[in-house]
Each structure stands twice: as C-alpha cells, then as structure tokens.
Design a protein around this ligand. Structure first.
Ligand SMILES: NC(=O)c1ccc[n+]([C@@H]2O[C@H](COP(=O)([O-])OP(=O)(O)OC[C@H]3O[C@@H](n4cnc5c(N)ncnc54)[C@H](OP(=O)(O)O)[C@@H]3O)[C@@H](O)[C@H]2O)c1
Length: 328
C-alpha cells in the first residue's frame, strides 16, 4: 500500500470533516464516496476531491480499490452498512456508536473476524494526544489512585424532528451520540462497573434527550456522567485521585487542554492539544498504522472495550424502558 485509499459512506456533517482530515494526510487518498442519492455523492466528490462518486453504498463496498471504508451514517444504519462492507472484504472504520446494542455490535465484530478484515469504532477521542497524555499521567501515578470521574457532554441542540439525533428510527438520543464518550473515558480508566444507575428524560419521539449515569465499583470508586441535547453543559472531564486530580477541558473541541493538579489544587503540569488538521488526523493515522502492520484490531480502540461500553448503554436503556424500533 502506497497511499491508503479511503471510501466514505454517507455525505453528512462528519463525513465532510473527515474528508478534510483525509485530504490533509500525506499518505491518505480520498478515493470514493457513496450516498443513497447519486447527485449528493457527485456534489460531495466535487467539493471534497474524491475520485469516484457512487449512488449506492453497495457499489462502494464492492470496489476492490477501496482499502478502508469510513462509515458516517446514523447509528441505526451502522449494522447494515458495516456488514455490507465486511461481507465484501473491506476494512472498516465505523462511526460511534458501532451499532444500537451489544448483540448487533458482537455480530459485526464476529463477522469482521471471520472475514479477516480490520474493524474499528471511530472513537477519535482515544487516538488524540490529549487523551493519551491523561492516561499517561494516571498510569504513571501522577494523581495516586484514581477514585472518582466526573464527565459531561451535553450540547443545547434546537429540536428538529428530521434530525437523526431526535429520531428513534435513526438510533437517535443523547446516550449513543454523546454519552458514549464519557462512558468510554471512564471505562478506559476504571473498567466495567459493578453497578449502573441511570435516569433519562425521554422525548415524545422516543429518544433520550437528557440522561445521567452513575457507575459504581465495589471498592468505592464511582463515575458520574451527564449527557444531553436540552442543556448546554461545560463539557469537561475530571479524574480525581488520592494525590491530585486532572481536568480535561473542552474535551470534544479540536483544541483541548489537560491540567494536572496536586492535592492543594495547584497546577503542576499542563498539556494543550492543538490539532494539526482538525483533530481527526490521529484516528486516520491509527487506522493506517494498523493496516500497514496487517492488524485487524486497534490496540487504542479494542473490540472488547467497544462491546463493554455498549453493554453499559444497553443497561441504561433497560432501566429507562427505551428500545429502538429495530429492536421490537
Ligand atoms: N466522531 C465525531 O466527532 C462525530 C461527530 C458527529 C457525528 N458522529 C457520528 O457520525 C455519524 C453521522 O453523524 P452526522 O452528524 O454526520 O449525521 P448527518 O449529518 O445526519 O449525516 C448522516 C448521513 O448518513 C446518511 N444516511 C443514511 N441513512 C440515513 C437516514 N436514515 N437518515 C439520515 N441520513 C442517513 C446520509 O447520507 P446520504 O444521504 O448521502 O446517504 C446522511 O448525510 C453518527 O454515527 C454520529 O454518531 C461522530
């Protein structure tokens, strides 16, 4: 592989951001894009410099020149889109959340293993230097034993019944769209919890528009996470330990800042992450490294972690009594 040829499925907001990161990466080529509508694919290709424009996802999945497919469709489509690519022998980077539930997630992962293709959930946070710096501080004992995590991800989003975020048939709701990040962050540090307690405000469209999650561990550690579309929160994360704490500010903006504090609340180290392109270049590099090494799974975003986070989200929805139409 000289340049790695990317195909993109879906022509929405994140597909455009991702195309910009591909175009800014030396050893990446935006080879093809696919839409359910030929005209949209052609427009996207013209605006973002893709060589091929397909009017169906299948055509892209069947193109043997595609080295890896980036799936940028709504949550409820990931299962079909990922399986379509995998069945055709394509490597896949699929947007979060990987599917609607644990069963579907396991099926996608199992099928990727059977077909011997690379598969990774596009958990860009886990590839970013600021996140890796926070883990390094924790793993080298800078805050002693971490005991508590507080993380929020809630943006005020005006209601739009056509927006995938508010549509149950698209797998909408704050949990799978935003909550997946605080949970992934907490899980990376504390692992799978012993107890999960969650409440949510469910819209008349049948999606969660605000939720709060408490993860408890039998040794006394706990995590508090708040996510939603109805409230604008500060979108910060904090990990507190026996010898200090870490704050991660603006953690979902391209530029974010991690601060290390001692137990007197004095800053002892600071790490500012300025993206080289738009922040998505790090996950592109991770995929490239895996593909060049012939790996089928990323060590930064392992399959088992994707499954465990999905299990936590299943439990939250079970407690709220919320199912997606595809699950009925
Ligand atoms: N990593 C991140 O920072 C980040 C940020 C935002 C979103 N995401 C994830 O990326 C995915 C897409 O999010 P987005 O904000 O880009 O969504 P979006 O703007 O609504 O775009 C989704 C695209 O998917 C395709 N699609 C397929 N089936 C669809 C359906 N039933 N309804 C609507 N669109 C459908 C459409 O493309 P065609 O019409 O061309 O087929 C559409 O343009 C989600 O999984 C989301 O969680 C990740």
């Amino acid at each position: 592989m000289d340049k790695i040829r990317w195909g993109i499925i879906g022509t929405g907001k994140i597909a455009r951001t991702f195309a910009e990161a591909i175009n800014g990466t030396d050893d990446a080529e935006l080879y093809a894009v696919a839409s359910r509508t030929a005209g949209k694919a052609e427009k996207f290709a013209a605006e973002n410099g893709a060589l091929k424009a397909y009017g169906s996802y299948r055509e892209l999945a069947e193109d043997n020149c595609v080295d890896v497919v980036y799936i940028a469709t709504p949550m409820a489509s990931h299962y079909d889109d990922a399986l379509l690519c995998i069945e055709n022998g394509r490597n896949v980077l699929c947007e979060k959340s990987l599917s609607l539930n644990t069963e579907m997630t396991k099926e996608i992962i199992d099928r990727a293993k059977e077909k011997n293709v690379f598969l990774m959930e596009a958990m860009w946070m886990k590839c970013r230097p600021v996140y890796l710096k926070v883990l390094e501080w924790i793993n080298t004992g800078k805050i002693g034993r971490p005991n508590f995590i507080k993380a929020d991800f809630s943006n005020y989003i005006p209601y739009d019944k056509n927006d995938r975020l508010f549509r149950a048939d698209c797998g909408g709701g704050a949990l799978l769209d935003l909550g997946v990040y605080p949970l992934t962050f907490a899980h990376a540090i504390f692992g799978y919890p012993d107890e999960i307690i969650s409440e949510a405000e469910i819209s008349s469209d049948g999606v969660d528009i605000n939720n709060t999650i408490l993860l408890k561990y039998s040794d006394g550690r706990f995590v508090s996470a708040d996510n939603g579309f109805r409230l604008q929160l500060s979108n910060n994360a904090m990990v507190s330990g026996t010898e200090g704490f870490i704050t991660l500010g603006n953690w979902f903006h391209c530029t974010s800042e991690a601060l290390l504090y001692d137990n007197n609340a004095q800053v002892t180290e600071k790490f500012i992450c300025e993206p080289e392109i738009n922040g998505y270049e790090y996950e592109i590099r991770e995929v490239h490294e895996c593909l060049r090494k012939g790996l089928k799974e990323s060590a930064l975003v392992p399959h088992e972690e994707t499954i465990e986070i999905m299990k936590i989200m299943d439990e939250c929805r079970k407690q709220w009594g919320l199912k997606f139409p595809q699950e009925n």
